[in-house]
Structures are given as C-alpha cells and as structure tokens.
Write a protein that binds this ligand. Structure first.
Ligand code: ADP
Length: 475
C-alpha cells in the first residue's frame, strides 16, 4: 500500500513532543512491513534541512483568501530516515525556525494543508490512504471530500486521522472562512463546533477512521475532550485506540551514542551507575541517593505546575533522602520557580530549562526513576523510553500511562502508580521510590531487568494501522 503521512512534526527533522517521535518512526516500520509510507511536512529552517541533500519535485501556486502564494516541494535524496520525506516550502509562511508559537500559525498550517492537497491532486496516480496527524492537518480529510478543486480526484481516497493530543484543536473564528478554498457550501457544518471552525472536529467528522494513541485515552475522550466529548460519542463507531510504539533503533541503551556508557539487561546496574555519575557531576547531585527525573513540556497537562511544591515537600518530608532533576521548558512562571530552586535546593535538585535531545537520553539512562504525574496523557512515550532504559516509571494512572505501567504492588509489577495529580500523592509515591531504592534492592534489580525486556517496539502497532487502512480499501 502507498500511505501518505501528513504532519507538523517528524523526528529528527523537527520535533516538539511525542507527535514528532511517532511520525519519525511509524512510516519506517510500515516500510519494513513491505508498504510504501511517505511523510509530508512543512519545511522549517531546522538543522536537518541544512545537513542533508534535497531535490525539487514540484512547484505550484495556490491562494488563501486573496493572498496568492507560491509553494515548492523538495524530497530528501538518500532515504536517510527509512522513508521518503517531502518538505513543503512557502516563503514568508513556513520558513521559520520553530514549529509552533507564531501569531499566524492558523494561516501557516492552512496554507500548508492547501498546498499538500493541491500537490496530491496533481499526482498521476492515487495513494491508498492519506493519514493525517493532529489538528494542523485536520482540514485535509474535509478538503479532499468537499473542496471543489479536489473532490473529483481525491474524494475516494480513504483518510485516517490520528489524535495525538485533543487538547489543542486549531480553533478559528468563522471570519477566517474566506481563507478556505471553495467547498460544497452546504457542508459548512462539518467544520463547525460551538460556532467556531474547529479543524480537529472537522477531521473527526470527515475522516474515514479516527484513531487515538492509546485505548484508555479514547475512553477518557468520551468524558473529557476539551469540549468535543459529544462529538466523540457520536462518532464512536469509527474510533479506535492504537498504542504508540517506540523506535527501538533510536532508543536503545546498548547502542545509544548520546549516553556515557551503553548497557543491556545484564549490565544494567553498572551501566546506569556510570551515566548517573555523569549526571551527578554535571548537576551537583549525590550519586548514592535515588535520582527521580522529569522530562517534558512544563505545562498543566503534564502537571508540571505541581512539581515545584511536590519536589520541595518531598525533599523536606523524606529528610533529603532523594535527588531530583528536571529537563523541560514551557510556562515562564514554572521555569522561574525551577531556576530559584536550583539555588535553594543545591545538592538535592537541579534543572535544565530548555530542549536537549542528548541530555534527555542521558537522563533516561542515568536516572533511577522517571516521574510523570500528568493530568492528561494520550499515550506518553517517556515512560516507554524509561522502561527500555531500566528506569522505574512513576506515573499517574491515566491514558497511555495506565495502559503501559503496572504497579510494583501487583504481580509482575514494575512501576509506581498513583491515582491523582496532587502534591500529596506525588510525595507519597516518592516515599515508595526511596523505600524501593534503599531497602528492597533485590526487587529493584528484578524490576529493571523485567522492564527492559518489555517489547514496546512499533512492530505490532505499525501492523494495526495497516489493518485499519486495509479495512477501508473495500469500501
Ligand atoms: P508530548 O508529546 O505530550 O509532549 P510525549 O510523552 O508523547 O509527550 O513525548 C515527549 C517527547 O518529547 C519525548 O521524546 C521526550 O523525551 C521529549 N521531550 C520533551 N521535552 C523535552 C526536552 N525539554 N528536551 C528533550 N526532549 C524532550
């Protein structure tokens, strides 16, 4: 099958979070299964662009509203990522360093989607499926069905929409209506949710199939979906959950070039200690104490706002028997609190405010525990990376965290779970972590070996997506 993935992120070209990891891995595994999966994304000005070789494959022009724009499409020449990668350039619109966070993001992703559709419309053949990821591509399932210029050619191509995060929906007010390409006017309701144009809702309504990145997350969306609960209930027939995998080639402690000492199941204790030593030296921490780390966006979804108090309280309540390390960026208020704590809790806590892929690998390798108290977690990749690196996940029982971590109190349990995102529950979980690390070494060692052997590779999930595509071919 020929599958076209369309997304705003793709690792290692441009990544902000889990979406990038998934789009950078899933197509590779689908190709290994004998299919032809490709990725189309915006051409941001990132390092990957300058470090690689490209060929021009198409140029065209389109318009949003009265603004005419020219676009060009380049393809990476050497199939470096294990799939064909296409970047769309639109001067003055997509040629930025960052993926998101610009005032004109609405127009940027609208122009991107219009250009992608125009390009596919000009192919001499049709792909077997168009697979869109998150709201930045949410208008595409609508446009291929109802846009006047596209529908004749494209309306029969099955579209699949994967929700990596339903918190962000790409809302725009109806005064942006004029920016959209002409479509069957009576279909305007397909774009609407609560009197706004809502690209995520449009995708859920228009796509042939909708998937979420874990089964528990889909169940949660029926009750809590940032306003879309009723829509998910109405469309439940076409929704299913497929758990993300991890790229076991990129995330492998036995070969990882970003860590100080590589290790496997047999050498985990020694290997992790060397990496922990590096972290302890870098961040002024105590190698003998359990190290609990957090990696992620400093936003409420991840309950990062609770961390300053939970960490301070844990240090006091557990008499300084524990060290903490945070890697992340996000809300300035939270960032500033961490910066202050770097001084206040020297020797017990440290943080690196920013984004660093190499440091994240070192932290997965060198930490004893990885804390994820998330309020919302559609799948969560961090805990799966932690498992692979023999780092005990401490997670709130929600979404994908619930589907991938079993509490150590259960038979063959290998993690620490808690039910609520509160300072009290985090502090209590920290107590359990200290106890495990200091007094139950045998169990701790067993857990490490056990979790490292768990298979979260993409092999099975990549096939599940293929099954979804195949079920649509007969329609
Ligand atoms: P989300 O997509 O909601 O941010 P996920 O758990 O799905 O969360 O994916 C997060 C990904 O982003 C992981 O690969 C994680 O290691 C990475 N990540 C998050 N913040 C940082 C950071 N500050 N530096 C490096 N990597 C980060």
């Amino acid at each position: 099958m020929e599958i076209v993935h369309i997304a705003a992120e793709c690792y290692p070209v441009a990544k902000v979070g889990g979406l990038g990891d998934v789009v950078g891995a899933l197509p590779k595994y689908q190709n290994e299964l004998g299919h032809t999966a490709k990725v189309v994304m915006p051409m941001y000005r990132t390092k990957f662009l300058y470090d690689n070789q490209w060929e021009l494959v198409h140029e065209g022009s389109q318009q949003i509203g009265t603004h005419q724009f020219h676009y060009s499409i380049i393809k990476e020449k050497t199939n470096q990522l294990g799939f064909d990668l296409y970047l769309i350039d639109i001067n003055g619109v997509l040629d930025r360093e960052k993926v998101y966070g610009y005032e004109d993001d609405t127009e940027r992703f609208l122009a991107f989607q219009v250009a992608v559709c125009d390009w596919i419309n000009r192919w001499t053949h049709r792909p077997d499926v168009i697979h869109c990821h998150d709201h930045h591509t949410g208008l595409i399932p609508f446009l291929v069905k109802y846009a006047i210029a596209l529908k004749e050619n494209l309306k029969d191509i099955p579209t699949v929409f994967t929700i990596h995060n339903a918190q962000y929906q790409g809302w725009m007010s109806w005064d942006k209506y004029a920016l959209l390409p002409a479509f069957d006017n009576w279909k305007w309701g397909m774009l609407d949710w609560n009197d706004m144009i809502n690209p995520m809702a449009a995708a859920v309504k228009s796509a042939w199939r909708v998937t979420t990145v874990s089964q528990s997350y889909l169940q949660e969306l029926y009750q809590k979906a940032n306003g879309l609960e009723q829509l998910f209930l109405e469309e439940r027939q076409k929704c299913s959950g497929i758990l993300n995998g991890i790229d076991t080639k990129v995330w492998n402690p036995a070969t990882d070039e970003m860590i100080v000492k590589t290790y496997d199941k047999k050498t985990v204790a020694k290997g992790k200690l060397k990496n922990k030593k590096e972290l302890a030296e870098k961040f002024g921490l105590d190698i003998d104490k359990p190290l609990i780390s957090f990696i992620g966006r400093l936003v409420e979804e991840k309950a990062a706002d609770l961390l300053p108090e939970a960490i301070s309280q844990s240090i006091y309540e557990h008499n300084g028997q524990v060290n903490f390390l945070v890697l992340g960026s996000g809300h300035t208020g939270i960032e500033n609190q961490f910066k202050k704590m770097n001084q206040q809790f020297k020797g017990y806590f440290n943080s690196y405010i920013g984004y660093s892929e190499p440091l994240s690998h070192l932290i997965y390798a060198g930490s004893d525990f990885l804390l994820m108290p998330s309020r919302v977690e559609p799948c969560g990749l961090n805990q799966m990376y932690a498992l692979r690196y023999g780092t005990v996940p401490m997670v709130r029982s929600i979404g994908g965290l619930k589907d991938t971590v079993k509490d150590m109190g259960e038979k063959e349990g290998f993690g620490i779970r808690f039910n609520h995102a509160t300072v009290q529950e985090i502090t209590y979980a920290v107590g359990r972590a200290i106890d495990l690390h200091q007094h139950r070494t045998e169990q701790f060692d067993w857990m490490r070996g056990f979790m490292m052997a768990i298979d979260h590779s993409w092999d099975s999930s990549a096939q599940q997506y293929i099954d979804v595509y195949q079920s649509l071919q007969k329609k």
